[in-house]
Ligand binder design. Structure first.
Ligand code: FAD
Length: 713
């Protein structure tokens, strides 16, 4: 099969996928590679859209694994969670079933920038995600390592672009070693494993996979995967390989090939992509050590309690699975000069810090914080890893010092003077693909029907990965049924902002979402993600269930009706003062004041207003979410009218489509500099709007492109 796989032999080639299609080899509409946050969403979305889907991942027991922080959401990320949910994605609903501490960040600011966030029970999240994925209709899950892609000749009308038609699995799969628990042994890397269960160590399956050296078992071989070396054919393929492409785990001066602690890297696939001509970069990230809960003195630390009531992530949930009083607290402590000294004195023992690959700017390691901001104190949040977990995650203490020095550093921190490190922090370096090589649908420019989603595109974070997963899953499925792509624009969602940023500007450091990246923040609020995306998801993509659609439609009509009722209730300001004496309603003229305007006052909510005017307002307080949304709509009414004009201007630019097959390098009818031609050729923007956001594409070039588009249309 290796010989028949075209990507091994440098394209173009006339060899077809039929060469490696053994009789009876499986065929799916969509194959998703990787069962992380992007992969699970992509697979579920493609299946929801009606495609027969296969999720291929190294290990079923790591589906839904949170590689780093035990939390979801936050500022900007909470918006993505709501948008994923509006498209019927999984992670928001699963977080409502698995959280241990729910808190909305930025509460003091307006609702447009509130950050829905929760600490999540890792074990529960994984269990709930696996249950969901393994029970999704039309979705098959199979363990295996994808090593290669099967490619076929270009589709008619797309000369030069080959097409993916399947994947090839590694002949040494991993599914036979699921019972092996990888453990870290200081000084010996990550390859050690605890002994296999006695029954297997002696049975026919054992097969010499473990070697016993100095009383420890080492993994030395794995049994062949039942799908070994076989081809799986597909109409569309989505790669969501996270940090696994040529992944290297680092701790101190020790490095070890791994996608993350205890998981093999993906080497063959990385080579395939490079050979195909994809531009590859290198990034790094890291994770903190884990600390034994019972060894921490929480009594001397600041405690953070969860919100009461908890705000769910999902539109379909009115509440979360756990009451606020049963949730777990977080605690705050800080670094100090002793921590700085350990880091600065041992830089020579810390190879990750010296690496030139960029790390996450907004989630930096403690070493980079100490180097960038010397003599400062840094926050360390002690976050629970789960209801019955003995571990605490020290958020803000991501570190790659040798393990002994990490333990020493921890002991210098207030509250952690007797703390026991259970697992050291580590770094990971990995390949990512320049995201300017993908379309807004997440299909690659170079290979038709091949999609990338998640960390492979240079992003960081579960939410960013999950959001891309939904879009890739939907589009891979639409591609199979030859329907137009489902694209979320910058004016419709944070998902659109992220994908537009990535595909037009690329990224040289791990990209994460923030509210400041969106120009239309007042419209793109967490509360209204359903009205922005659910209807489109239902009508254009088919990824939204009837039940969710009905709920969104009910909410939309209730909001419209509520707003028009609020506009229709008018009294003089003196009457309002009598009805709601605690609020001083000011008006410059003796004009009547609408109930909608009264609702804009900070102290007024629907409850108060409905007490003053029970008929007809009482019914709008029966659903808490509806009452809150009416208040938000009222508060933003006037500013939204202004923003609407700006949105329409952007939408006009977005409507001007550039020809898909335009050869920017050779086209003569448009005057462009060589530099601009190269930039357009690389990013292949879909619209004039997207072209204007590419750094280095000048306003003059945009005018020339505009003229060209108008003459050719
Ligand atoms: P992943 O969740 O990594 O999933 C990739 C999946 O693909 C895995 O299941 C893997 O087994 C599978 N896979 C890979 N190659 C193959 C193959 N060839 N065949 C079959 N299956 C394959 N994010 C933050 O926001 N902040 C942080 O501080 C942070 N620190 C991190 C530290 C570490 C050490 C790591 C590993 C990650 C960190 N992250 C952090 C990133 C966060 O975990 C990711 O952004 C997120 O998990 C990406 O999701 P994904 O689906 O793209 O990839």
């Amino acid at each position: 099969w290796v010989a028949a796989s075209l990507s091994r032999q440098h394209l173009p080639s006339a060899r077809l996928s039929g060469d490696c299609s053994a009789p009876g080899s499986p065929h799916f509409d969509v194959v998703v590679v990787g069962g992380g946050h992007a992969g699970t969403e992509a697979a579920a979305a493609a299946a929801r859209c009606g495609s027969q889907t296969l999720l291929l991942t190294h290990r079923v027991d790591t589906i839904g694994q949170m590689s780093c922080n035990p939390s979801f959401g936050g500022i900007g990320k909470g918006h993505l969670m709501r948008e994923i949910d509006a498209l019927d994605g999984l992670c928001s609903r699963i977080c409502d079933q698995s959280g241990v501490h729910y808190k909305v960040l930025n509460r003091r600011k307006g609702p447009a920038v509130w950050g829905l966030r929760a600490q999540i029970d890792r074990k529960l999240y994984k269990q709930n995600m696996q249950k969901e994925i393994l029970n999704t209709p039309l979705l098959t899950v199979q363990e295996g390592a994808v090593e290669d892609l099967i490619l076929t000749q270009p589709e008619p009308g797309h000369p030069g672009r080959c097409r993916v038609s399947g994947v090839v699995l590694d002949c040494w799969g991993l599914n036979q070693v699921l019972h092996a628990k990888h453990k870290f042994y200081p000084g010996r890397g990550f390859t050690s494993v605890v002994p296999p269960p006695a029954s297997q160590a002696e049975g026919p399956e054992f097969d010499g996979r473990y070697q016993k050296k100095k009383k420890k078992f080492y993994l030395c071989a794995v049994l062949p995967n039942p799908m070994d070396g076989s081809a799986v054919h597909a109409e569309s393929v989505i790669l969501t390989t996270g940090t696994f492409l040529r992944g290297t785990v680092v701790i101190g001066l020790e490095t070890h090939p791994a996608g993350r602690l205890g998981d093999q890297p993906s080497i063959g696939l990385a080579q395939t992509l490079e050979k195909l001509g994809f531009v590859v970069g290198r990034l790094k990230t890291g994770t903190p050590p884990r600390i034994a809960k019972e060894s921490i003195d929480f009594s001397i630390l600041n405690k953070q309690t969860p919100d009461d009531p908890s705000v769910p992530f999902s539109f379909v949930n009115e509440t979360v699975w756990i009451k606020p009083e049963d949730q777990l607290p977080c605690h705050l402590t800080h670094t100090n000069s002793a921590v700085d000294a350990i880091i600065l004195e041992n830089l020579h023992l810390n190879s990750h810090v010296k690496e030139t690959a960029s790390g996450p700017r907004y989630c930096p390691s403690i070493e980079s914080k100490v180097l960038r901001f010397p003599n400062r104190v840094h926050q360390v949040w002690l976050e629970p890893e789960g209801m019955d977990s003995d571990l605490i995650y020290p958020q803000g203490l991501s570190v790659t010092l040798p393990a002994e020095l990490q333990q020493k550093m921890i002991l210098c921190i207030r509250g952690l003077e007797k703390a026991k490190m259970v697992q050291p922090g580590y770094g990971v370096q990995y390949d990512y693909l320049d995201p300017r090589q993908i379309e807004p649908s997440l299909e690659t420019h170079l290979v038709q029907r091949l999609f990338f989603a998640g960390q492979i595109n240079g992003t960081t974070g579960y939410e960013e990965a999950a959001a891309q997963g939904v879009i890739a899953g939907v589009n891979a499925s639409l591609r199979v049924s030859r329907k137009p792509p489902f694209i979320v624009s910058r004016t419709e969602g944070y998902i659109g902002v992220m994908i537009d940023d990535l595909t037009t500007q690329g990224t040289s450091e791990p990209y994460r979402m923030f509210t400041s990246r969106a120009e239309f923040r007042l419209s793109l609020r967490p509360d209204n993600a359903d009205s922005r995306l659910t209807f489109r998801g239902y009508e254009e993509a088919g990824c939204v269930s009837q039940q969710r659609y009905n709920r969104a439609a009910w909410m939309k009509s209730s909001l419209e009706e509520g707003i028009s009722v609020l506009k229709s209730i008018e009294f003089s300001s003196s009457k309002w003062k009598k009805l709601i004496p605690q609020v001083s309603i000011s008006t410059s003229r003796s004009l009547p004041v609408r109930a909608l305007d009264v609702l804009k006052y900070e102290e007024v909510d629907m409850e108060l207003l409905a007490k003053a005017v029970p008929d007809p307002l009482k019914k709008y307080t029966e659903c808490r979410e509806l009452a809150e949304r009416l208040k938000i709509e009222a508060s933003y009414e006037s500013v939204l009218l202004c923003q609407q004009q700006e949105i329409q201007e952007v939408q006009r630019d977005e409507a001007l489509q550039l020809p898909e097959d335009l050869d920017y390098l050779s086209v003569r009818d448009v005057s462009l500099s060589h530099e601009v031609r190269e930039k357009l050729h690389f990013s292949r923007p879909r619209t004039i709007g997207a072209a204007s956001r590419i750094p280095g594409v000048t306003p003059a070039a945009i005018i020339n492109l505009l003229k060209f588009v108008k003459t050719t249309q």
